[in-house]
Design a protein around this ligand. Structure first.
Ligand SMILES: Cc1cc2nc3c(=O)[nH]c(=O)nc-3n(C[C@H](O)[C@H](O)[C@H](O)COP(=O)(O)OP(=O)(O)OC[C@H]3O[C@@H](n4cnc5c(N)ncnc54)[C@H](O)[C@@H]3O)c2cc1C
Length: 411
């Protein structure tokens, strides 16, 4: 039986909190959503470069495999509120979707604001009360939640609380890790917080001279200290003053699970569409064209301008060597370099620059079929605050929606 008088407070107006609040209210419960920002979904607004990759078309098993740690914990959540459910949910609110590379689903409008508006409509349709305020603490009595205390001292009594305060990345959006403190004070364990989907700092100084250079069609390979391949991918990257970033680099970072104890190297294939032999033919053609020039002036057709001095520094061919004197062996060395531009990873950028937070509320202490705390009655979790994080591709928002849905169904 639905207890209509039951009072639920959801802390955090991100995708997980909005979904949880709407679902709980749709069951007839009295729901208040507390968000410290003036607007809901501040992080959601910047997702997918403002286009919001809401989910992925991949089957559920792939969703689970895209969560490198504790993926199995999400089994129930992913099967109860699936990627198809997410798509239908948004279509119901007028947000039609489209599929892009890698099965990524976006709103046809390419506007994250449409996704936020749909969630807001859902909340208002079910009369969720929205309070702009910052939760300071959750009160309990014996082993049950009793209410929340706002920063201004106001106490709001309730029967259930959903903590959906997100992780610690992009703190300017409001995700400042407050929920970890609330949960720790109530006896929960927090698995070590680390950045994931994060830019990489590189040891080699030459990367700094490439700052701002964006490379569109490259292949990346990540190797561990034993030279074993950990990950490979194809796509876009950018050089920065500290190292490298961009989509393939962020994805690569989430496969460097042991960054504190392991030495990782990244190898970039600048010409992945060409085999060594094809690249050799291409270079010979260029060398033919620039036969009267020096080596330094023979690479303009092959490489972006900024990259040429770096490649010349890294290979053994003197910059001023006349092109017609370059030997086959030297050409082979150049090919090796272009197919395998190697960099040593110094470490991750700080968590504030990470797309997601890895670590969080221990999944051992949460019931996977309800998102309820196993420690405190009436306490629930949803979204990135839980110790689950996924690769890029819409999987992280699916986690937020699926866990939010489960929490909303069981508060
Ligand atoms: C730049 C960027 C791009 C991304 N793009 C994508 C993408 O395209 N697809 C994808 O799947 N994932 C993407 N992600 C990841 C995704 O945005 C997050 O995983 C997701 O937003 C997590 O949702 P959440 O509701 O758990 O937390 P959040 O979205 O972080 O929301 C938590 C909310 O809680 C509020 N809050 C915190 N503490 C308190 C408090 N004490 N009192 C009241 N309110 C509080 C915060 O203000 C915030 O609004 C991206 C992330 C970033 C940073």
């Amino acid at each position: 039986m639905i207890e209509a008088h039951k009072k639920v407070i959801v802390i955090g107006g991100g995708p997980a909190g909005m979904m949880a609040a709407g679902v709980a209210a749709s069951r007839g419960l009295d729901v208040t959503l507390i968000e410290k920002n003036e607007q809901l979904g501040k992080k959601l607004f910047i997702t997918g470069k403002g286009r919001c990759n809401i989910t992925n078309i991949a089957d559920i098993e792939t969703h689970i495999q895209s969560v490198p740690v504790n993926g199995h914990f999400l089994y129930s959540a992913f099967y109860t509120f699936t990627n198809q459910d997410v798509i239908s949910f948004f279509e119901r609110f007028g947000v039609n979707t489209k599929q892009e590379r890698g099965g990524r689903i976006f709103p046809i409008s390419d506007k994250s604001s449409d996704v936020i508006r749909a969630l807001e409509k859902y909340l208002s349709e079910h009369n969720v009360q929205i309070i702009q305020g910052m939760v300071h603490k959750i009160n309990k009595q014996e082993d049950s939640v009793k209410g929340v205390v706002l920063k201004d001292g106001q106490t709001l009594p309730c029967d259930s609380v959903v903590i959906a305060t997100g992780g610690l990345s992009y703190p300017q959006t409001g995700s400042t890790g407050d929920g970890y403190r609330f949960a720790r004070n109530l006896g929960h364990t927090i698995a070590i917080i680390k950045p994931s989907l994060v830019p990489l700092e590189i040891k080699q100084k030459w990367v700094q001279s490439l700052q701002g250079l964006s490379l569109k069609n490259i292949a990346i390979t990540v190797l561990n200290a034993k030279n074993k391949k950990v990950y490979d991918d194809f796509g876009e990257m950018i050089f920065t003053h500290y190292g490298i970033s961009g989509p393939v680099v962020l994805s690569a970072s989430s496969h460097m699970r042991n960054i504190d104890n392991e030495q990782y190297a990244v190898s970039i294939d600048l010409k992945p569409a060409l085999t060594d032999k094809q690249l050799d033919i291409r270079i010979q053609r260029d060398f033919e064209k620039y036969i009267r020039k020096q080596f330094v002036n023979a690479l303009n057709d092959l490489l972006p301008k900024k990259l040429i001095p770096v490649i010349i520094d890294l290979c053994d061919i003197p910059a001023d060597k006349p092109v017609h004197q370059i030997t086959k062996q030297e050409r082979m060395q150049l090919i090796q370099l272009l197919k395998n531009l190697s960099m040593d990873v110094k470490g991750f950028r700080p968590i504030a620059e990470a797309i997601v937070t890895s670590g969080g509320i221990s999944t051992n202490e949460i019931d996977p079929s309800t998102m309820a705390s196993k420690i405190i009655k009436g306490l629930f979790f949803a979204g990135e605050i839980i110790d689950v994080d996924a690769y890029t591709g819409g999987y992280n928002l699916q986690i937020a929606f699926s866990t939010g849905y489960l929490a909303g169904m069981h508060v």
